[in-house]
Design a protein around this ligand. Structure first.
Ligand SMILES: Nc1ncnc2c1ncn2[C@@H]1O[C@H](COP(=O)(O)OP(=O)(O)O)[C@@H](O)[C@H]1O
Ligand SMILES: [Mg+2]
Length: 581
């Protein structure tokens, strides 16, 4: 049986059912509304007999007054119940959507960085926007519409049997025959729907990339190429959607043809009985009305299977993410770090993303308050090395110790609370400049923010905007230069005022003049902090306590600027290269 329905209750379905159950009072009330709608459907079919037999044949004057009133009453009640049902069911559906979206966001934002590098942003967005909507379709239209349709069917079947039970048995033999092809089609719908959603996700990630990177598309004259790529995607989506439509659209005609056969039989057999005198026209038409009215809810029920299949496929994609566990695990009783100067030590650290070692046997130590500079050609592993300190990634072998405590034994939040970081790419959010600077430091006062901005040499250009610190990044569009963005990022790190500072080519987008200014600010900032500074221009790190030269993941030289220059190795060569430029 489970093979026919392909439906096994997994933990994820239980999760969904639990969410549905939380709304049981609304659902209960909606159920009452559905009972009324279902009952009124039967009542209308039932009334056909007294209308025909009493009003038209017997010409009963009392019935003439009572039945129209009854009809009005039934439709009023039905209307109210219909409204209540639709409202409540959508309430439940929408609140489940909301919960799922919140849970998705909660899970996704907490997943490790490697997850974000593997998944494309657009696909993730599609999970939160599209797939969740399909689940809502399953919950609020399918599951509950199904109950209403079941009630309608039950009340109509009651009328059918009440009017002529023998004929009813014949008519109902047709129904199960219609069942099998509908289930078969449902299976196909589920398969195709997964394809559709994958196409959608693919398309939204494509849009995300080409809109965000539109400048590059233009610069390389790739509009036509991207257009063609997009057209191919919409064509694939179109084909998938049409396959889904074909599978879905087939269920109705199948039902209809079988229904037609049933109706033909009823006309023949029922008409024969009326001519015979064993039945009244009222009975016949009441029966006939009920059978015809059965068609609508039964048809909807047959679509229900499609909706459920689509919904389950979407639910699988959503729960695949919800059930993902971050690779970043915290020990049961993690150490909480205090905000004070720390030493940082790398001990036999090996690290790789996939197959190749990116860092090989790294041994370095920065004592509390020391400045450690890391230099080397790009791709050497500098960013990877500093990313290990806040546990953006975990080491593959060896360990990193802060004050002799392994970073993996610390609570992640307290660890990251010790670290202020200026990354290679300046990343700002579409909020005001003030909020961007105060990011992660909600208690900052106006003076704090102004001081940080001044120290990062961001104050003057921010003041030149009409709204000053209240300007949103979005309003500025792409007006902020790379250097200006970087200075806001530096202000943000300054404001965090953390004991460990990581500067990953923090001044690379600045011109030499601005760099000199910001450099002074950074030097002030580094005082008393354990600093890892990845330098873009070697002239900016002459003051470092120690300089480490990283080549292809290995430390090849280590020492003070003067020592290394005298040594005449890699560092010397790098210096010579920069001087030439
Ligand atoms: N997220 C990642 N996934 C896989 N490989 C990566 C990732 N980030 C960097 N790498 C690889 O690791 C190596 C070191 O990169 P990186 O640490 O960024 O060097 P640097 O900062 O010195 O330029 C490079 O070969 C790069 O291709
Ligand atoms: Mg780098």
């Amino acid at each position: 049986m489970s093979k026919i329905f392909r439906f096994q209750l997994k933990p994820r379905h239980k999760h969904l059912l639990r969410m549905i159950r939380e709304n049981r009072f609304r659902l209960g009330f909606a159920m009452i509304c559905m009972l009324i709608v279902g009952g009124s459907t039967g009542a209308v079919a039932f009334l056909v007999k007294p209308i025909l037999d009493d009003i038209f044949f017997k010409q009963n004057a009392f019935m003439l007054k009572i039945i129209p009133l009854a009809v009005i009453f039934i439709y009023f009640l039905r209307g109210a119940a219909q409204y209540g049902h639709t409202y409540l069911m959508n309430y439940v559906g929408q609140s489940i959507i909301r919960q799922l979206r919140n849970q998705l966001y909660d899970t996704i934002t907490c997943l490790s960085l490697s997850f974000f590098y593997q998944e494309r942003t657009g696909r993730l967005m599609s999970r939160v926007t599209n797939d969740v909507n399909i689940i809502k379709g399953m919950v609020s239209t399918a599951v509950t519409g199904a109950l209403r349709d079941c009630f309608s069917i039950i009340s109509l079947i009651f009328v059918i049997f009440y009017r002529d039970w023998l004929m009813a048995i014949f008519a109902l033999i047709i129904l199960p025959l219609a069942f099998y092809p509908v289930v078969e089609l449902g299976r196909r719908v589920r398969r195709v729907s997964t394809g559709c959603q994958e196409c959608m996700a693919d398309m939204s990630s494509f849009l995300h990339e080409t809109f965000a990177g539109n400048k590059i598309v233009k610069a390389f004259g790739m509009e036509e190429y991207e257009k063609q790529r997009f057209f191919r995607k919409t064509r694939a989506l179109f084909r998938m959607e049409m396959k889904a439509v074909a599978a879905k659209a087939l269920s109705s005609p199948v039902m209809e043809i079988l229904g037609g056969i049933g109706v033909a039989f009823i006309i023949w057999y029922g008409g024969y009985k009326v001519i015979n005198g064993t039945s009244s026209p009222g009975t016949f038409f009441s029966f006939m009305t009920a059978v015809l009215m059965l068609y609508e809810p039964v048809k909807k029920l047959s679509k229900l299977n499609n909706n459920i299949q689509e919904g389950l496929a979407a639910a699988d994609r959503v729960f695949d993410i919800l059930e993902k566990e971050s690779d970043l695990v915290e020990k049961p009783n993690p150490v909480h770090m205090k905000r004070e100067p720390h030493s940082v030590r790398f001990e036999n650290v090996w690290f790789r993303y996939e197959d190749d070692w990116v860092l090989k046997n790294i041994n370095i130590e920065a004592k509390a308050g020391e400045i450690l500079a890391i230099v080397g050609m790009s791709g050497g592993g500098k960013t990877s090395l500093v990313n290990l300190i806040p546990r953006f990634y975990d080491v593959s072998k060896g360990g990193i110790y802060i004050d002799d405590i392994d970073v993996r034994d610390m609570s992640v939040s307290s660890l990251r609370n010790q670290i202020a970081i200026v990354t290679q790419e300046p990343i700002l959010f579409n909020d005001t400049i003030r909020e961007n600077i105060a990011y992660g430091n909600q208690n900052a006062t106006e003076e704090d923010i102004t001081r940080a901005a001044k120290a990062a040499y961001a104050y003057d250009f921010v003041q030149s905007f009409a709204k000053g610190f209240q300007t949103t990044i979005g309003e500025l569009g792409s007006r902020l230069s790379g250097g200006e963005k970087q200075r806001i990022c530096i202000a943000r790190a300054l404001l965090k005022d953390a004991p460990i500072l990581i500067l990953d080519e923090a001044t690379s987008s600045l011109d030499s003049e601005a760099e000199m200014l910001v450099q002074k600010a950074l030097e002030n900032l580094m005082k008393g902090r354990t600093t890892f500074v990845i330098a873009h221009r070697l002239s900016t790190i002459a003051y470092a306590n120690r300089i480490i030269v990283l080549v292809k993941g290995e430390i090849v030289e280590e020492g003070h600027h003067d020592e290394l220059m005298e040594f005449g190795g890699e560092y010397y060569k790098l210096n010579q290269m920069q001087l030439k430029n």
